[in-house]
Design a protein around this ligand. Sequence first.
Ligand code: FAD
Length: 314
Amino acid sequence: MNSEFDVIVVGGGIAGLTAGLVSARLGRRTLIHTSELLGGHLLSIEKIEGYPGHPDGIAGYELCPLAQGQAADAGAEFAMSRVEALSPEGGMWRLVTARGNYAARAVIVATGTELKELGVPGEMLLRGKGVSHCASCDAPLLSGKPVVAVGGGDSALQEALTLAEHASKVTVLHRGERSTAQQSFRERVAAHPRIELRPSTEVVEILGKDAVDGVRVRGLSGGGAGNGTGDLETAAVFVYIGLRPSSALLTDRVSLDSTGRIPVDAQMRTQLRGIFGAGTVRSGAAGRAVAAAGDGTAAAIAADRFLDDSAWPD
Ligand SMILES: Cc1cc2nc3c(=O)[nH]c(=O)nc-3n(C[C@H](O)[C@H](O)[C@H](O)COP(=O)(O)OP(=O)(O)OC[C@H]3O[C@@H](n4cnc5c(N)ncnc54)[C@H](O)[C@@H]3O)c2cc1C
């Protein structure tokens, strides 16, 4: 593969796939680089909600391959490797990966986020043995068993609803006094006979030898759960306690905002000439799939103008 492109998109989530689609449709030789299966977080979501045109939701495993195929049909190329570094060289940006180096005049960083870990004993040891971030992948294996979801936001409650389709009981543990999720998720969870919300509760250890068989929890001071520690039987623990932006590529080159995200203007331009940000890695991102796709569109159009426009401001 010739390793020089007009536009390189880093990240194959919905922001990156859309940026690649739009850039290729604009006639730019475009490469989408991604470190994992194309689709990012959406790929593992059983029912993506709030995506226009899909009033009953759509599964990530349906939407993501469609977006990938659409970008490929438009002419976008793909490379499956993690971009390790980004540096300016001779009027281009050089990208370093384990499979070789690539260059482009415009780069769209759409590297998204990673789910945070709890950081408690047992978590790393039992990862893949009951500790999971993917409800749709693992829920069918847990039919008729009790499971725990950790977190009080949209992701935790949405995934609790997916888990409840298979598990005998889903206990949602969260540290806050009340859930911060959207009202529709809170209402559906409250009405669900197999989901129990336990606020003011934190997980202090994940228990089990070869597989998860429980969690040790502590009630937080001031919460209804009291201050005691106790064990809860569970076959799996699903962790949704927040997101960490994957902005390492630009850490040394731009001032990230207080959440670690990349500041951009309305056209998705960063402080660096020829570098654009899109999706949940950019400052002020709305955190919804359709917004990430919109960012990808805006970034691709801005990159196209940048490549055309000799009068592009410094
Ligand atoms: C559990 C959960 C449920 C959700 N449900 C919904 C929903 O119902 N509706 C909705 O609208 N939104 C939902 N969201 C939010 C939605 O997933 C995000 O808004 C969307 O995925 C953001 O897309 P993105 O492309 O910006 O980032 P991501 O999806 O995070 O994709 C980023 C991609 O970049 C890759 N990458 C990272 N670093 C590098 C690198 N250095 N080199 C190469 N590749 C790299 C990653 O591997 C990943 O594939 C949910 C999120 C979660 C976590």
